[in-house]
Design a protein around this ligand. Structure first.
Ligand SMILES: *[C@@H]1O[C@H](CO)[C@@H](O)[C@H](O)[C@H]1NC(C)=O
Ligand SMILES: *[C@@H]1O[C@H](CO)[C@@H](O)[C@H](O)[C@H]1NC(C)=O
Ligand SMILES: *[C@@H]1O[C@H](CO)[C@@H](O)[C@H](O)[C@H]1NC(C)=O
Length: 321
């Protein structure tokens, strides 16, 4: 059966080259972005404004929001576009409910909700403080659920809406030094799959973004105290620019794709972990069908190399003692 593998891949590549995606516009759309004052969220806000949307960004830090608002305004292409920001802690359900009511009042119904608020603390589990643990879980999980909880009834009533959940490659693979972070991102994958099932009949789409390491202010904080093992295991994935990641995320969301990933490694990881996840097109399904077995073999090689790295680091630290 595997002789079919090559023609299928060739067809997909030819299709990609002959029919490149045109950048979809967001005219007359209202896009709301959490974690919109920096990183992938800010890049997505700038891109949405550039494509004609009214943009509302949410984050905690008022000062950073003001600066981001300026950049987003500069990216607008027409005078009629509106850019707003609200300072809110997305882990506070009451505050989130209030702010979403305010957003709809001032700027009209929401068409696209992009959840980018999140953080990572990379330590071995026993080296994490309780504050670190609850902080990561609250922000990444509840901070994504609360905004979706606010918009879903309205999306359903209007039979229209796009929800983006930003997870990570760590939503597919648990990696040394990322226990709590991976737990939070695995949770987002479950959330995305379940609500995708709930909202499909209502013309609402869910996109789960699985970005690799992205060059954001968040990553710089994340690197403080990161175990050497984690750095060595993750370095093969490369470092991506937030603008590039945001563009892929937005394009995939507008195409109503379930998974959004970028780069060959992420393609391998997402495909081998697809399992019973939603499938966005026949070509995607075929590709997963043919690639899963060879990718699992590659994956086993990867895993063996990670365990070697961990053993080597342990030997080294034993010697130093
Ligand atoms: C953006 O908001 C302005 C002012 O509320 C409104 O006139 C305009 O139609 C909106 N545009 C879009 C794209 O929603
Ligand atoms: C479904 O939603 C899209 C926007 O996401 C909208 O353009 C389209 O009109 C909607 N279709 C129906 C049948 O409501
Ligand atoms: C894909 O998964 C491997 C582990 O199997 C990991 O080392 C690599 O960093 C992941 N790729 C990306 C782009 O995150």
């Amino acid at each position: 059966m595997f002789f079919l593998f090559i023609p299928v891949i060739l067809c997909l590549i030819i299709r990609k080259v002959l029919f490149p995606r045109s950048a979809k516009q967001l005219l007359k759309k209202h896009v709301v972005i959490t974690g919109g004052s920096s990183g992938i969220g800010k890049s997505a806000a700038i891109l949405a404004a550039n494509r004609g949307a009214n943009v509302t960004i949410l984050a905690r830090d008022e000062h950073k929001l003001k600066l981001a608002e300026l950049d987003v305004k500069n990216a607008c292409t027409s005078q009629e576009q509106q850019v707003k920001y609200f300072s809110v802690d997305v882990t506070d359900s009451d505050a989130v409910t209030k702010v979403f009511a305010k957003i709809e009042e001032c700027c009209g119904p929401i068409d696209v909700l992009i959840n980018c608020a999140g953080k990572a603390v990379c330590r071995k589990l026993e080296d994490m403080s309780i504050e670190n643990i609850t902080g990561v879980l609250n922000l990444n999980v509840l901070g994504t659920i609360f905004p979706i909880y606010c918009v879903l009834p309205k999306f359903k009533a209007r039979k229209e809406g796009i929800i983006v959940i930003t997870a990570s490659q760590a939503a597919l693979i648990g990696i040394f030094g990322m226990s709590v972070y991976s737990a939070s991102k695995f949770a987002l994958r479950g959330l995305a799959e379940a609500i995708d099932m709930e909202v499909r009949p209502f013309n609402i789409s869910v996109t789960l973004a699985l970005p690799p390491d992205t060059d954001t202010p968040g990553l710089k904080t994340e690197n403080i105290g990161k175990p050497e093992e984690t750095t060595l295991i993750c370095e093969s994935g490369g470092l991506y620019n937030p603008d590039v990641v945001a563009k892929k995320l937005l394009d995939d969301a507008l195409d109503k794709k379930f998974f959004s990933y970028i780069g060959f490694e992420s393609f391998v990881n997402t495909t081998v972990c697809a399992g019973l996840s939603p499938c966005s097109s026949i070509s995607e399904g075929l590709l997963q069908f043919f690639c899963m077995v060879p990718f699992r073999m590659i994956g086993l090689g990867y895993l063996a190399s990670f365990h070697r790295i961990i053993r080597r680091c342990l030997e080294k630290s034993n010697k130093e003692k």
